[in-house]
Design a protein around this ligand. Structure first.
Ligand SMILES: Cc1ncc(COP(=O)(O)O)c(C=O)c1O
Length: 464
């Protein structure tokens, strides 16, 4: 049989991802059946007129997506049927009970809110306002939702008036609406050098320029922010000061105050994503509390109650809040009244606090488990966080480590996925501890990673 040569005509984006895209398509269509042998990466590089680095990266990515597997001394083969992910990543967040162990998704413990939801749905079934919840919302409804938002924001140490609170479809929607409201195409958005990856895509869609601000173990570095702001007219800074994504750093109060002061001096809008904040019982005050006139504070019910509610809360000073409300109107008219009603009831009757406590206990248990299994490795974690940041030994490049983990059935995300600077490849990976409902599977996955850390990469796993 002639060698497999992927058809790249008409594809865009990085070459190695084009190859992975073609690989996935050819597996789905049956051109490449399970067990088919792929050409050695140098041979493929020659055939495609690309560098061997490109084909090596493509094979590593294909391995990470469980499309193919390398066998030492034999070559690279198409895996037996399983989940085939599109080249742009998957949105499938299922918590599978079998198959690869997933520590790549930063989700809270599943099912915690199910019993409360069952009760609330029954209560809603007898509520006079049920019909109203299936309709477009009146101003009175919106005001009642704002009161729940204000109560939830208060739990985070952020005070808001009704005209300062905005309800969104989750924090991600809140971030996007905040960017829509606070920026114009061509503006410069600053972010932590490693950041919540969807923000990069949002900036791209809104035609914003992105510039990374260096981080250290305590979070974004204020002096670096100041220096960057002196050199260019940045419009806004997006950051996660508590349980930073992905490094887990939680900024101390003095650093928060410094950032508020620098933002004031350079007239920066601060977009503070505090989606994990409430998981920490004694967390520092948000930066927004030090800069209420220039901060957009964003939180949601996703990590403390249930991500499926899709309810987010945003606080900004009134003129900016109005612009954010307009962006909500433009993107979805209004958040789904039913789920906002459920969240509002839970916030006002104490259910939300109870569920948050369950999530906190779960997160703390998972962190303890990870600390035991990964003892002796370079783990950066907060005892209340949902994820951890594992720094790798020098002989393990992160892409090779991720590929090796995928080959052994553990899905992780490498640090480069969060990098704003395309060439930045931190020697670290993010591990999310609550995606897997089954603690035994999580333990097994972490043990596998621990084992890989004690080995040296084989020639076949190294991505040259
Ligand atoms: C840092 C960060 N911000 C925002 C979000 C999105 O939150 P939501 O589900 O409320 O949209 C996530 C979800 O993982 C996140 O990790």
């Amino acid at each position: 049989m002639s060698i497999w040569i992927p058809e790249l005509t008409g594809r865009t984006g990085p070459k190695y991802l084009q190859i992975v895209e073609a690989l996935a398509e050819d597996i789905i269509s049956g051109v490449l059946p399970p067990g088919a042998r792929l050409p050695p990466h140098r041979e493929l590089a020659y055939a495609l007129d690309v560098s061997p680095n490109t084909t090596s990266r493509a094979y590593a990515e294909g391995t990470a997506r469980a499309l193919i597997r390398g066998e030492v001394g034999r070559g690279t083969f198409v895996r037996a049927p399983g989940r085939v992910e599109p080249a742009g990543g998957t949105t499938d967040m299922r918590r599978a009970a079998e198959g690869p162990i997933d520590v790549s998704r930063n989700l809270p413990c599943p099912g915690v809110a199910a019993a409360a939801l069952a009760e609330t749905l029954v209560a809603l079934g007898h509520d006079d306002r049920l019909a109203a919840l299936t309709d477009y919302q009146s101003e009175a409804d919106t005001a009642a939702q704002a009161d729940a938002a204000i109560a939830w924001l208060q739990r985070s140490g952020v005070t808001a008036d009704r005209d300062e609170a905005v309800v969104t479809n989750g924090a991600q929607h809140g971030i996007f609406c905040a960017l829509m409201a606070a920026t114009r195409p061509g503006d410069l958005l600053l972010t932590e050098a490693l950041t919540y990856a969807p923000v990069k895509a949002m900036a791209d869609r809104l035609a914003l320029k992105l510039k990374p601000v260096p981080l250290d173990d305590a979070g974004l570095i204020p002096d670096a922010l100041d220096e960057i702001c002196q050199g260019c007219a940045a419009k806004a800074l997006y950051l996660t000061p508590t349980l930073q994504t992905p490094t887990t750093a939680t900024m101390k109060p003095d650093r928060r105050m410094q950032i508020a002061e620098i933002a004031a001096r350079h007239d920066l809008v601060l977009i503070e994503d505090d989606v994990f904040g409430l998981l920490i019982p004694d967390r520092p005050q948000p930066i927004a509390a030090h800069a209420p006139e220039r901060a957009v504070y964003i939180t949601s019910t996703s990590k403390c109650l249930a991500p499926g509610l899709r309810v987010g809360f945003v606080r900004a000073h009134a003129p900016l809040a109005r612009a954010i409300r307009n962006a909500v109107g433009l993107t979805c008219w209004m958040p789904a009244p039913l789920t906002v009603e459920i969240a509002a009831r839970w916030i006002l009757d104490g259910t939300a606090d109870r569920l948050t406590e369950v999530q906190r206990r779960h997160a703390a248990n998972r962190q303890t488990l990870a600390a035991v299994v990964l003892a002796g490795h370079d783990v950066h974690a907060n005892p209340h966080g949902l994820h951890l940041w594992l720094k790798l030994p020098p002989d393990w490049p992160a892409d090779a480590f991720r590929a090796e983990a995928a080959t052994r059935g553990v899905q992780i995300v490498e640090g480069a996925a969060f990098a704003v600077e395309p060439g930045m490849r931190p020697d670290a990976v993010r591990l999310c501890l609550s995606h897997e409902p089954d603690e035994n599977r999580l333990t097994q996955g972490l043990e596998t990673l621990g084992t890989i850390l004690t080995e040296s990469p084989s020639a076949s796993s190294l991505v040259l």
